[in-house]
Structures are given as structure tokens and as C-alpha cells.
Design a binder for this molecule. Structure first.
Ligand SMILES: Cc1cc2nc3c(=O)[nH]c(=O)nc-3n(C[C@H](O)[C@H](O)[C@H](O)COP(=O)(O)O)c2cc1C
Length: 300
């Protein structure tokens, strides 16, 4: 038996494979056995419903995709009533992605979920597709520090701070979150991007710019995991372009304790289960009994 479990604050996941915010939901169980996975993260949720951005909201690019959903969601209360039961019925830890335009909005979402059986919060301070909030809280260390400290007081559940690659000071941001009691750092959210239609000379997205994800962002994401692993002691969750077992293992060896799968869910909804079994096989072949031995085992 290989021990693939990991801990994020007081939350133990049976394995490190997590489905990323905005790219998955209970409906995926028609195509795969979601019960096998470590955890699932909800779409980002705001206190009140958010309509989202004009269409089109997604477009393919070479080796990736652009999206500009704009955090469309029904609002915390309606989500709890209508969507949360579907997530909880999966019998794996459900992590709520939290977004807001102000500090108070982040706290409000957390308080709404505090007495539900969700297992923790991933804080979206990194969405590139909304005009107000989100990434504004993930650019300046002092701003992130203040938000993290307030959220820490509002919940005893684990807090994961999801950072953006669209910043110049990733290490100070990660440290600010760690110092104020965050239980983990996840990264990366999408990278600013644009695609032009040469016939119309318009953008291919209704909101003009979007966020880039998929295989093309993997080296960027690995770089950020590396940089954060040099300064932080709390677990890092690697996200960005993970399509295969090899990709997932590269993140773990670089320093990620867990990984999140995003764009791959649209291409192969069974990827999580396949990657999990690939990680197990790799550990078996290498004689590794515990995932902990592999995390951050890079030779540089
Ligand atoms: C269609 C789509 C919607 C997304 N929605 C959210 C969201 O609501 N909140 C969030 O934190 N990240 C969101 N993301 C970002 C992903 O969770 C992930 O960080 C990013 O796509 C990079 O991983 P990937 O290359 O594996 O997709 C979204 C990504 C996509 C493609």
C-alpha cells in the first residue's frame, strides 16, 4: 500500500488529485468515478448572484484555451440550497472557492458556508476576468495580508490562497498569506490573454481579454511553484496545464503537495482517475511508500 494522503491544515485528503475551480462539478460523475479523487473545488462563489461576462466566453488557442466567464454564479445562499447537495453527495471533500468585490464580501461567503459540511475554502484573489475585486486582493502583499488575517478569524476550516501569475512579487504574496495563517497556497490561476479574429478584426471573446489555461501554461505554473517552494513552509497546490501523470509528477517533484486539474476536464473527464493511478504506478515502480518522499524531491 502506498500512502498518497496529504494534509492541508486540519484537512486530510486521501490523495493529491483535486478538481480545479470552474472546470468541474457533480455532473462529471457521468463520465468518471469522482469518489476516487482527493477533493473537488466549486466554481468561485460571491455573496449575491453574478451574471458574468458577455458571450462568447471561451475560445480555443494553440495548446490551450482562453476563458472569460466573469465568475457567473447563483450567489452563496442559492448555491447552498440548490448546488451544494450535489457536491456533497460525491462523498469527497468539497472546497468552496470564494470571490468578492470587497473584503466584507469574502468574509460573508465564508460565514455562509462555515456551518455547512464543506471541508475548506480556496480564496480566489487571482481572477483576471472581473472588473472589480478578486485579483485586486492578490497583487499587493499588505492587501492580501489584511484579507487573510480577517478570513482566518472568520473560519476554523482550512484556507487556501489561490494566487495569480499576473504579478511581479509572487514570493512576498505567498509569504503574506502564510504569515497571516493561510493553510496552503494554490497557483496558478489563468494568465491574461487575447485572441483576434482577422476577418472581423475583433477579439474572439465578448469581454475582449480572457485568461489562458491548458498545456501552454504549464512551464509558467511550474516556475511559480518553484519560486513559492523556496520561501513557504505551508503546502503548495500546483495548477496549470496538467494533462498527464508526467505533468502531475513534475509539479510534485518541484514542490507541490497536491495538484489541481482544470482544462483537462473538458478534454478528458476521466483524467483525474487516470492521473491518480499513474501516480500510484510511478511510486510502485520507484519503491516509494509515501507521497511525502516525492514532494519537493527535485535535485536543484
Ligand atoms: C472555463 C474556466 C473557468 C474557470 N473558473 C474559475 C473560477 O471560477 N475560479 C477560479 O479560481 N479559477 C477558475 N478557473 C481557473 C482554473 O481553476 C485554473 O486555475 C486554470 O485554468 C489553470 O489550470 P489548467 O491549465 O489546468 O486549466 C477557470 C478556468 C477555466 C478554464
Amino acid at each position: 500500500m502506498i500512502n498518497l494522503s496529504i494534509k492541508i491544515g486540519n484537512l486530510r485528503l486521501k490523495n493529491p488529485v483535486i478538481l480545479a475551480s470552474g472546470t468541474s462539478g457533480p455532473e462529471q460523475k457521468e463520465f468518471t468515478n469522482l469518489k476516487k479523487l482527493g477533493a473537488i473545488i466549486t466554481k468561485s462563489i460571491t455573496p449575491m448572484s453574478t451574471i458574468g461576462n458577455p458571450l462568447p466566453r471561451t475560445v480555443e488557442t494553440s495548446t490551450g484555451m482562453l476563458n472569460s466567464i466573469g465568475i457567473e454564479n447563483p450567489g452563496a445562499q442559492k448555491f447552498i440550497e440548490e448546488k451544494l447537495p450535489g457536491f456533497l453527495s460525491l462523498n469527497i471533500p468539497v472546497i468552496v472557492s470564494v470571490a468578492g468585490k470587497t473584503q466584507d464580501e469574502y468574509i460573508e461567503v465564508i460565514k455562509r458556508f462555515e456551518n455547512t459540511p464543506v471541508s475548506g475554502f480556496e480564496i480566489n484573489v487571482s481572477c483576471p476576468n472581473v472588473k472589480k475585486g478578486s485579483i485586486e486582493f492578490g497583487k499587493e502583499p499588505q492587501v492580501l495580508e489584511e484579507l487573510t488575517s480577517k478570513m482566518r478569524k472568520a473560519t476554523s476550516k482550512p484556507i487556501i490562497i489561490k494566487l495569480s501569475p499576473n504579478v511581479s512579487n509572487i514570493q512576498s504574496l505567498a509569504l503574506a498569506a502564510e504569515n497571516e495563517g493561510a493553510d496552503a497556497i494554490s497557483l496558478i490561476n489563468t494568465i491574461y490573454g487575447l485572441k483576434i479574429n482577422l476577418e472581423t478584426k475583433l477579439s474572439e471573446l465578448g469581454s475582449i481579454t480572457g485568461g489562458l489555461s491548458g498545456p501552454c501554461v504549464k512551464p509558467v505554473a511550474l516556475y511559480y511553484v518553484y519560486k513559492v517552494s523556496q520561501v513557504c513552509k505551508i503546502p503548495i497546490i500546483g495548477i496549470g496545464g496538467i494533462m498527464t501523470t508526467q505533468d502531475a509528477l513534475e509539479f510534485i517533484v518541484t514542490g507541490a503537495s497536491a495538484i489541481e486539474l482544470g482544462t483537462v476536464n473538458f478534454v478528458n473527464p476521466n483524467a483525474g482517475v487516470e492521473i491518480l493511478s499513474g501516480i500510484k504506478n510511478y511510486c510502485e515502480r520507484q519503491g516509494i511508500k509515501s507521497l511525502k518522499k516525492l514532494i519537493g524531491s527535485r535535485n536543484f
